[in-house]
Ligand binder design. Structure first.
Ligand code: G
Ligand code: G
Ligand code: MN
Ligand code: NA
Length: 258
């Protein structure tokens, strides 16, 4: 069977599920949000990486359905945690550039939020710079999303080629510093001065544009301290947690925990 065929059946066969990676306030350790990351555990193929199946979904047009499933599941999970006494402030969900090919997705997003009973402000959609620059009506569709009250973040920021002029007119609230700029920040002499300079520049840019900034791929205390020192207070990465199942989020951050 082709990967595409298997992927299309994977949702109904319950082989697709979500992991969640915590986003934390560096200083206090407080949970400020989670990012939903899709997973596929196939009985025939074993674990299939999203870097393998997302492109297939994008090329075959299945990304619309997959994206909608991810969104609905992530929103459902937020309400579940609420019920369990864990209020996760914000759920971040990745959108593919291909989800902007077939018109505005705002009505779908609004319907999913309504169905789940989740306030729009608690959802943050992550788009890459390619979404902003590559599609004809993307700006309009992004404005539609903002109009229904969801938050917007630019993912992998610094790796694309969006112009700063464009950034200014976008209704985004958050920049996510790509982890390629974080990974070379270190205390030793081998530290990459360029990566550090870029990270600092993105933090400054965020401040000037009144955007919140979160660093991705934070793996060491040195990196966290560097970010805090330069004015970036939120981070995501293995230092805090790998992407994990919902129960693990509840166990670590729920009531009775710290
Ligand atoms: O955990 P990581 O291996 O999860 O993710 C690999 C890549 O797949 C990342 O670029 C991530 O943004 C992307 N990805 C993970 N989940 C989703 C999703 O639900 N939708 C889209 N479009 N991309 C996702
Ligand atoms: O492209 P996006 O930023 O949405 O995808 C996040 C990807 O980064 C996922 O594959 C996730 O598993 C991975 N990731 C998250 N934290 C870390 C980290 O600290 N180090 C590394 N190497 N990868 C990470
Ligand atoms: Mn992301
Ligand atoms: Na990223």
């Amino acid at each position: 069977l082709r990967l595409e065929t298997m992927l299309r059946r994977a949702i109904e066969k319950n082989e697709i599920f979500l992991h969640y990676q915590p986003q934390v306030d560096i200083d206090s350790g407080r949970l400020v949000g989670v990012e939903a990351l899709v997973r596929w555990q196939s009985p025939e193929l074993g674990r299939v990486e999203p870097t393998r199946f997302i492109p297939v979904a994008e090329d075959t047009g299945f990304i619309g359905q997959l994206g909608q499933w991810v969104l609905a599941e992530a929103c459902r999970q937020m309400v579940c945690w609420d019920t369990d006494g864990l209020r996760v402030p914000k759920m971040a969900v990745n959108l593919s550039v291909r989800q902007f090919d077939r018109g505005s997705i705002a009505p779908t997003v609004a319907a999913v939020l309504h169905g789940a009973g989740l306030a729009p402000a608690r959802l943050q959609l992550e788009v890459t710079e390619s979404v902003i620059m590559n599609t004809g009506d993307a700006l309009e569709y992004i404005n539609d999303l903002r109009a229904i009250g969801v938050g917007l973040a630019i993912d992998d920021f610094g790796t694309g080629y969006s112009s700063l002029a464009y950034l200014k007119q976008l209704p985004v609230q958050t920049l996510k510093i790509d982890r390629s700029f974080i990974k070379d920040i270190s205390a030793d002499a081998g530290a990459d001065a360029n990566a550090e300079a870029i990270a600092v520049a993105i933090i400054q840019l965020g401040k000037s544009l009144n955007l919140s900034v979160i660093a991705e791929g934070v793996e060491s205390e040195e990196q966290a301290a560097f970010l805090l020192r330069h004015g970036c207070s939120h981070a995501q990465g293995y230092l805090y947690s790998r992407p994990v199942l919902p129960a693990e989020i509840l166990a670590r951050w729920g009531q009775g925990q710290d």
